[in-house]
Write a protein that binds this ligand. Structure first.
Ligand code: FES
Length: 102
């Protein structure tokens, strides 16, 4: 396990995975509760959200394991970032935030 390689694209954190001479890039935001993934664990080709344990593929962006939370994550997927030429986000990144302290 390791931490993701994080780069900045247009001011947003982006997680990258290099595999077979290809770079996969994803907005560093968990779509479940919009938490940052900068400190997440990387396990092979997957990223594990540190907040509720959802697992996402860094190849396809698909959620491979749902969060351990009462709040479901329907249709959750990472936001793909295209780094060729002028970088673009597949959809607009949402703002991430840390949980409020109780
Ligand atoms: S915020 Fe990522 S799994 Fe809940």
């Amino acid at each position: 396990m390791s931490h993701p390689k994080v780069i900045k694209v247009k001011g947003f954190s982006v997680i990258t995975l290099e595999k077979n001479d290809k770079i996969y890039a994803w907005y560093s935001g968990c779509p479940h509760k919009r938490r940052p993934l900068d400190e997440a664990e990387i396990d092979g080709d997957t990223v594990i959200c540190p907040f509720h344990g959802a697992v996402f593929s860094l190849i396809t962006g698909d959620m491979l394991k749902p969060p351990q939370s009462k709040t479901p994550c329907e249709g959750c997927k990472l936001i793909r970032v295209n780094l060729e030429g002028e970088p673009t986000f597949e959809i607009d990144p949402f703002p991430v935030s840390l949980p409020h302290r109780k």
